[in-house]
Design a protein around this ligand. Structure first.
Ligand code: ATP
Length: 329
C-alpha cells in the first residue's frame, strides 16, 4: 500500500505490440484527467524510461487513437531494464519528472520487470495485459486477442475460397509459440478440418490418417490450422512435404499469416476492454494499491496480483478441443 497521494502517473507499452494498446493508453490518460492527475507518456517501453524519452499527455493528446492499431508510444524490448543499474536510472528519471506511479501495458515479461521495479524502489505499479497471444493468467481476454482472432479468421475465409475452387489443401500457420488460443478459436471459426496446438501432442501419423479419412469421406478441400508452437516436431513446410510425399496426388499449399495478425484497427470488443481496464488501473492506483494486473473474467473487471499473473500460466478450455473435433466430422 502506498500512503502518498498520487498526482502524476506514467504509462508505457512494452513487449510485443497489440491492437488496443492505444485505446488503453487513451483510457489511462482520460481517467487521470477525470481525477485531476497528470500523465507522463513513456516512449519505447522500459528503454524510454531509462533514456528519459517522455511526453506530457493530456485528454486532448489522445484524440483519434482509440481506432488505431499498434501503439503510438512505441514498444520495445529493453536489455538495460533487466539490470539493477538500468532500473535505478529509470527510477531516477521518473522521480525527476515527479511521477508517483506507473501503468505498464504488456505481457508477462513486462510484468516481471514492473514487479522488480516495485520491489527495488517501492514504486506503485499496475499492469494491463496487452498481447495477442492471450497467454496470461488472471484474465479471460488480453488486449488485442479478439482483434487478432478476427484478423486471422478473415484471412482463413479468403484462403478457403481459393482452396475450394482448386480442391487444394492448405496448412495455415497462426501465431502462438506457447499457447493455442488463436489456433483453436480461429480453427473452429474458420471451419478447419484439423487444428494443431502446442498443448496437444499430435503424432504426425495421426494427422495423416485424419487427412486420409477426410478425403475418403469426400472432403474436397482441407484447411489445417497450425499454431507456431505445435508439437508435431516439424515446421509447417516439413509438414507439407511429409504429407505430399505420402500423397503426391494432393495439391498442398502453405500460408503463414505472420505479423498481419498483430496489426489493424482494434475490434470493438478490444476498444471497450481497453477503456474498462484503463479506468480500473488508474482508479486502483489512486486507492493506494499496487502490484496488480487488471483482468476481465465473466465480463467483470477484476484484479490479480502481478506475481500470480506471471506465474499462474493460462489454460486452454479443453472443451473447445472437443468442439473442434466434432465440427470436423
Ligand atoms: P509479449 O508477450 O508480447 O512477448 P512481454 O511483456 O512478455 O510481451 P518481453 O520481451 O518478455 O515481452 O518483456 C518486455 C520487456 O520487459 C523486456 O524487454 C524487459 O525490458 C522487461 N523484462 C522482461 N523480463 C524481465 C526481467 N526478468 N527482469 C527485468 N525486466 C524484464
Amino acid at each position: 500500500m502506498s500512503e502518498k497521494k498520487i498526482k502524476k502517473i506514467a504509462v508505457l507499452t512494452s513487449g510485443g505490440d497489440a491492437p488496443g494498446m492505444n485505446a488503453a493508453i487513451r483510457a489511462v490518460v482520460r481517467t487521470c484527467a477525470y481525477h485531476n492527475v497528470a500523465v507522463l507518456g513513456v516512449y519505447r517501453g522500459y528503454q524510454g524510461m531509462i533514456e528519459e524519452d517522455f511526453i506530457e499527455l493530456n485528454a486532448r493528446s489522445v484524440r483519434d487513437t482509440i481506432n488505431k492499431g499498434g501503439t503510438f508510444l512505441k514498444s520495445a524490448r529493453s536489455k538495460d531494464f533487466r539490470t539493477k543499474e538500468g532500473r535505478q536510472k529509470a527510477y531516477e528519471n521518473l522521480k525527476k519528472h515527479n511521477v508517483d506511479a506507473l501503468v505498464v501495458i504488456g505481457g508477462d515479461g513486462s510484468f516481471t520487470g514492473a514487479l522488480l521495479f516495485n520491489e527495488e524502489h517501492n514504486f506503485p505499479v499496475m499492469g494491463i495485459p496487452g498481447t495477442i497471444d492471450n497467454d496470461i493468467y488472471g484474465t479471460s481476454h488480453t488486449l488485442g486477442y479478439d482483434t487478432a482472432l478476427n484478423t486471422a479468421v478473415e484471412a482463413i475465409d479468403k484462403i478457403r475460397d481459393t482452396a475450394s475452387s482448386h480442391n487444394r489443401m492448405f496448412f495455415i500457420e497462426v501465431m502462438g509459440r506457447d499457447a493455442g488460443f488463436i489456433a483453436l478459436n480461429t480453427g473452429i471459426g474458420g471451419g478447419a478440418e484439423r487444428i494443431l496446438i502446442p498443448e496437444e501432442d499430435t503424432p504426425i501419423e495421426e494427422l495423416l490418417q485424419d487427412i486420409e479419412e477426410g478425403h475418403a469421406k469426400g472432403k474436397t478441400s482441407n484447411i489445417i490450422v497450425v499454431a507456431e508452437g505445435d508439437k508435431t516436431g516439424k515446421n509447417i513446410f516439413e509438414l507439407k512435404e511429409y504429407v505430399e510425399k505420402k500423397h503426391p496426388e494432393y495439391d498442398i499449399r502453405v500460408a503463414i499469416l505472420g505479423h498481419m495478425q498483430r496489426g489493424g484497427a482494434p475490434s470493438c470488443y478490444d476498444r471497450v476492454l481497453a477503456s474498462r481496464m484503463g479506468v480500473k488501473a488508474v482508479e486502483t492506483l489512486l486507492e493506494g494499491k499496487s502490484n496488480y494486473m487488471v483482468g476481465i473474467n465473466n465480463d467483470v473487471i477484476d484484479l490479480t496480483p502481478l506475481e500470480k499473473a506471471i506465474k499462474g500460466g493460462s489454460k486452454l478450455d479443453m472443451e473447445l478441443v472437443r468442439v473442434a473435433e466434432i465440427m470436423s466430422i
